[in-house]
Design a protein around this ligand. Structure first.
Ligand code: GLU
Length: 295
């Protein structure tokens, strides 16, 4: 009886959610893509990969509020998007199915500390490879290159076309994001307000509390896709944001393994297919895969 009730509640939630969907949002479903899991894996006994494979579990930090890259599905509680797909691809090559992934929500500012404190094994979260971050953690990748841009209110009432158009204006970004640092350097006299997540920053644009929000074009396009009537994306990028997969310092074996997973996925079409299933729905066909960094 309890099972029936629970199933009824899930169905009702699904109906309510689909009825209330914003335009552009795909219907919420409990189905999840599972890449083929490698069953015949063997790793050196003292490697990080062996430990992960033996445990049958991997903890991956990602965003839970970024459509197209990492957005929590309210029915399954699991994140969906291109970052989540990259995580499943890596887990599958370790012989770990999607159910073996323990997804941990991260925001921009806690990504480095979560890796340093060993709270997660990997971070895949629109995480730009920067020199400053490389001092404290390691990165595999990049697996995509984004660029920083702006989201403004629909109709772009203040005619924002370049970063310099924001001199003296109020702009929001997110604490601990490369976007806030870049923007501060580029337009030092703007009034920069910091939130802990991008969804809160977008809300401030929608409410007219700030003129614009600034971060990667990928994140902005994802937020806009959920509410096209409220937002315009400014068609300019002024940085390069190579997205890496964060690994705790000292796990060079895992970095090399992930680079190898990416190299294979770039070549066999599984990277492009993951893009097409997720971010590609809004951002268009998969670009050429980026060159992997050399460590
Ligand atoms: N890619 C930038 C960064 O890693 C901005 C997006 C984010 O914070 O997730 O800082």
């Amino acid at each position: 009886m309890q099972r029936l009730l629970r199933r009824g509640a899930v169905l009702l939630a699904a109906l309510l959610l689909s009825a209330g969907c914003d335009s552009g949002a795909p219907p919420i479903s409990t189905e999840e893509y599972q890449p083929p899991v490698d069953t015949d894996v063997s790793f050196p006994l003292d490697s990080t990969m062996y430990r992960l494979h033996e445990s049958g579990e991997i903890r991956i930090g990602t965003k839970f509020d970024q459509p197209l890259f990492g957005l929590r599905n309210p029915l399954t509680g699991r994140p969906e998007g291109f970052d989540a797909e990259m995580g499943k691809l890596i887990a599958a090559r370790l012989g770990i199915p999607a159910e073996g992934i323990d997804w941990v929500e991260t925001v921009s500012a806690n990504r480095d500390p979560f890796l340093q404190q060993g709270r997660v094994d990997l971070i895949i979260a629109t995480y730009t490879i920067t020199e400053a971050r490389k001092q404290v953690i390691d990165f595999a990748g990049p697996y995509y290159v984004a660029g920083q841009s702006f989201l403004v209110r629909a109709g772009n009432p203040e005619r924002i076309g370049t970063p310099e158009d924001l001199h003296g204006k109020t702009v929001c970004a997110v604490e601990g994001s490369a976007s806030s640092t870049h923007f501060r350097e580029r337009v030092p006299d703007a009034d920069l307000v910091l939130f802990d997540s991008f969804s809160k920053c977008a809300q401030a644009v929608k409410n007219g509390q700030v003129t614009a929000m600034t971060t990667d074009n990928t994140i902005l396009a994802g937020l806009r896709s959920r509410d096209e009537e409220s937002f315009d994306l400014v068609d300019v990028t002024f940085t390069e944001e190579p997205y890496g997969i964060g690994v705790a310092n000292g796990r060079k074996d895992l970095v090399a393994f992930i680079d190898d997973v990416l190299r294979t996925a770039f070549a066999d079409g599984s990277w492009a297919a993951a893009w097409d299933r997720t971010a590609g729905r809004i951002l268009g066909p998969a670009p050429e895969p980026p060159d992997l960094d050399r460590y």
